[in-house]
Design a binder for this molecule. Structure first.
Ligand SMILES: Nc1nc2c(c(=O)[nH]1)N[C@H]1C(S)=C(S)[C@@H](COP(=O)(O)OP(=O)(O)OC[C@H]3O[C@@H](n4cnc5c(=O)[nH]c(N)nc54)[C@H](O)[C@@H]3O)O[C@H]1N2
Ligand SMILES: Nc1nc2c(c(=O)[nH]1)N[C@H]1C(S)=C(S)[C@@H](COP(=O)(O)OP(=O)(O)OC[C@H]3O[C@@H](n4cnc5c(=O)[nH]c(N)nc54)[C@H](O)[C@@H]3O)O[C@H]1N2
Ligand code: SF4
Ligand SMILES: [Mo]
Length: 723
């Protein structure tokens, strides 16, 4: 008998509700948009629609592998324990590295247990996809507001003017801005008479649907944004609505960034820049939004910072229609200590720690360079750095020589083929969902809890796998429930002593008695009850996990975003011009030599980073790994469509088919990331038939944004040659 079940789509940041049909064997036979979800209202994309195929992909692992052989869970965890302890005892804690990949931000397990894995080992060798992604934005918010997680999102549904840089939500469905049906929300801005302006080296589908597309040279956003700041000051167009420190210094820094002075760097005519500054200031409400194009570049932190500087200068920070701070259901109060980076540095290159982690761009150095603290073992959780990190080929070589590697991953892929032990989590149908990471960045306040829609039988959940991994790392004899109990009692004890908490002064034992058995869902229940909309353990009004689950199976709309800077601001005032950033402006001023060609990335609607190319319906048609280049450049070089072209950089070379287009700037070429399949020892039959090449064979791990340590994927110098 078929049945219907509902859950949040876990595949990207858009948080769409899904209506799933399951057959008598609990297999998902169809996935549609959940029309009753108050946030996504039935929106779905081709990836969400493929959840069933992804769930039941025959190449997925169901049981652990120890050196390629199927093993019992017990043996696998025992092997992990023995090997981790051996490496720690021989070489010390920092010799074990942890890499947390993108899906671990989309699961319940990653946010709840990732840190337990790290802490149980006590290692500082912590890496994640964040330093290949949004770390500049965390650093920017950390210094502006004191909290790296206080990232303002554009109030898409109410803004009159959206200035968007380095984002292509028509393909990506949005990032650091969870907005199901992002394309529809953009269209609505225009429909209500607003304006959308997109800065991108390519005329993407997003740029094409906007009112205005301004082509910008890769890596030059900070120049352009500074020229906007300059113009606002020069023409007396500022209208600051929040208290700030550092305004004079900012104004001084902006003095010589005239629109004319940045023309060469950005490729943008001075008049265009001036007009945008004036429009931004004149709009009733406006939001500036920068995403991955502005982060994964040499000046990622400066660009991310200037985005919010503009929101502040135009009076649009923290007001409806501007850039606002979401309030997720699990939000339990302001951060205490103001954020800093560089509390320690990486061993080999001296790169600063950010958010407690080190740049993935230096993972290879830390494995290769001998000495105390050299990485000898690696744990990957939902990550594929061989394809996703800069100079992935170097990691590929080095992973092969590690003394021990364990991966929590459903696939035997480019990265996990090096693992001694693979621990596969159950498919999405068998996992519950609550978006701890992304509901903090959504354009409406919204909460949804989805219980698992199918039974996983004897198989451990991902939360249990990570808990067991943490226990293995600690060397202690414990059960996952012991770990949860520790977290629960610790959290409650802190909460009752916190004056701003709903449970201040209460008896922690009494609160504990109101919760269930120690597990992931009980922890979530605790967070929601302590959270912004929670019942505060009163059993009166307010949210609990059970209420969210039973009364709101399609999700709960908690309203439009409201001004709340005072709730998140850790500093006394917004620090509009932090020293760390001001000092980096020197680097921005020293112009780079012009390169003949620079490489940028791109995303395709039916891909998702490196790991969804094994679903046949997603890898067909236009979802291909072509080298896009400007038609004029192609003509000059005599390159024709479909011709094989060699692309080389300081670190490597690949061969890809040319796709000349008039929608990409001259001097810019583009390859999507996440390809380069078909390697020996993987089990991804469909992906192997659509292998493509890895753009990260070309990207240079020695280039980073120095303030955040973030990888540079855009503006990579390359040479193009005909074969
Ligand atoms: N379909 C699909 N959706 C995804 C993903 C996916 O792989 N596929 N990945 C998910 C993840 S992990 C993330 S982080 C988000 C990212 O979401 P987005 O930030 O929207 O990412 P992209 O679609 O890559 O858009 C980045 C745009 O920046 C442009 N760009 C490149 N360099 C520069 C530059 O120097 N300046 C400016 N102004 N623009 C530049 C590129 O041409 C590109 O159009 O997407 C998520 N959603
Ligand atoms: N050149 C270039 N490189 C990039 C980017 C770019 O724009 N250009 N984008 C960067 C960005 S934004 C990101 S986020 C990173 C992503 O980088 P990573 O996170 O390293 O890579 P993914 O491709 O997302 O790999 C996800 C892995 O998780 C596994 N997985 C899938 N679902 C689950 C699950 O539920 N649980 C667990 N445990 N594992 C699961 C998959 O099998 C796969 O091995 O790539 C970065 N790399
Ligand atoms: S847009 Fe993202 S969340 Fe929505 S269905 Fe597609 S992959 Fe899932
Ligand atoms: Mo990402």
């Amino acid at each position: 008998m078929d049945r219907i079940a509902f859950r949040t789509c876990p595949l990207c940041e858009a948080l769409c509700g899904l209506e799933l049909t399951l057959d008598g064997d609990d297999k998902i036979t169809s996935a549609r948009g959940d029309v009753h979800d108050p946030f996504s209202k039935g929106f779905i994309c081709p990836k969400g629609a493929s959840l069933g195929k992804l769930d039941s992909d025959p190449d997925k692992l169901h049981e652990p592998l120890i050196r390629g052989e199927v093993a019992s869970w017990e043996d696998a965890f025992e092997a992990v324990k023995v090997q981790l302890r051996r490496v720690i005892d021989t070489y010390g804690k920092n010799s074990v590295a942890v890499y947390l990949g993108n899906p671990s931000a989309h699961s319940l397990a990653g946010p709840l247990y990732g840190s337990a894995v790290i802490r149980s080992i006590g290692t500082r060798s912590i890496f994640s996809a964040s330093t290949a992604d949004q770390m500049p934005k965390h650093v920017s918010s950390g210094y502006l507001f004191g909290d790296p997680m206080a990232i303002p999102v554009p109030d898409l549904d109410r803004t009159d003017y959206l200035l968007m840089l380095g984002a292509n939500p028509l393909e990506s469905n949005g990032s650091l801005c969870s907005a199901p049906d992002f394309p529809g929300r953009l269209k609505a801005i225009r429909k209500r008479g607003g304006k959308v302006v997109v800065l991108d080296p390519r005329r993407t589908r997003t740029a094409a649907m906007a009112d205005q597309h301004v082509p910008i040279k890769p890596g030059s956003d900070a120049h352009f944004l500074f020229a906007l700041v300059h113009t606002l000051f020069k023409e007396d167009l500022t209208a600051i609505g929040v208290e700030v420190d550092g305004l004079e210094r900012l104004q001084e820094l902006a003095v010589d960034f005239t629109p004319e002075s940045v023309e060469h760097a950005t490729g943008i005519p001075a008049e265009t820049t001036r007009t945008i500054a004036r429009e931004l200031a004149a709009a009733d409400t406006a939001a500036v939004y920068g995403r991955i194009g502005t982060c994964t570049q040499e000046f990622g932190t400066l660009a991310s910072w200037l985005v919010d500087v503009l929101n502040i200068l135009t009076g649009n920070l923290d007001r409806p229609g501007g850039a606002m701070f979401p309030k997720p259901a699990h939000w339990a109060g302001k951060r205490r200590k103001p954020y800093v980076t560089g509390r320690w540095s990486s061993r080999v290159r001296g790169l600063p720690e950010t958010n407690g982690e080190l740049p993935v761009a230096t993972l290879a150095d830390e494995i290769e360079t001998e000495g105390e603290g050299q990485i000898k073992a690696l744990i990957t959780i939902g990550g594929n750095p061989v394809l996703s990190a800069p100079n992935g080929e170097r990691l590929d070589r080095l992973f092969a020589g590690l003394e021990f590697m364990v991966s929590v991953d459903p696939y035997l892929n480019e990265t996990t083929r090096h693992a001694d032990v693979i621990l596969p989590p159950p498919p999405h149908s068998q996992a519950p969902h609550y978006d701890l990471a992304l509901s903090g960045f959504s354009v409406r306040n919204y909460a949804r809890f989805s219980p698992a829609v199918a039974d996983r039988g004897e198989r451990p959940s991902e939360t249990e796998i990570l808990a067991r991994l943490a226990i293995a790392g600690s060397g202690l004899d414990a059960e996952p429930g012991d770990l949860d109990e520790l977290v629960i009692t610790g959290t409650l004890q802190k909460a009752v002593q916190d004056k701003s908490s709903k449970v201040y002064g209460r008896d922690p034992g009494e609160l504990r008695a109101m919760l269930g058995a120690p597990d992931a869902e009980t922890r979530l229940d605790m967070m929601i009850r302590l959270g912004a909309y929670g019942d505060g353990f009163t059993e009166g009004e307010g949210l609990t996990l059970a209420r969210l689950r039973d009364d709101h199976p399609h999700g709960l709309d908690l309203g439009a975003l409201e001004p709340r800077l005072h709730e998140v601001l850790v500093h006394e005032k917004v620090q509009i011009c932090p020293d760390l950033f001001a000092n980096d402006v020197v680097r921005l001023r020293t112009s780079r030599p012009d390169e003949d060609f620079v490489l940028i990335g791109r995303r395709h609607l039916r891909s998702n980073n490196s790991w969804m190319h094994n679903v046949a319906t997603l890898v067909s048609g236009s979802n291909t790994c072509n080298l896009q280049l400007n038609s004029g450049d192609a003509e000059k070089l005599g390159i024709t469509a479909g011709e094989k072209i060699r692309v080389s950089s300081r670190v490597g070379e690949v061969t890809a088919e040319a796709e000349p287009l008039d929608t990409i700037m001259p001097g810019v070429v583009s390859l999507p990331h996440g390809w380069g399949h078909g390697r020996h020892g993987t089990r991804t039959a469909v992906a192997d038939g659509h292998a493509g090449v890895s753009v990260n064979t070309l990207t240079d791990e020695q280039q980073v944004d120095p303030l955040s340590g973030n990888a540079v994927f855009n503006g990579v110098p390359v040479r193009i040659t005909r074969l």
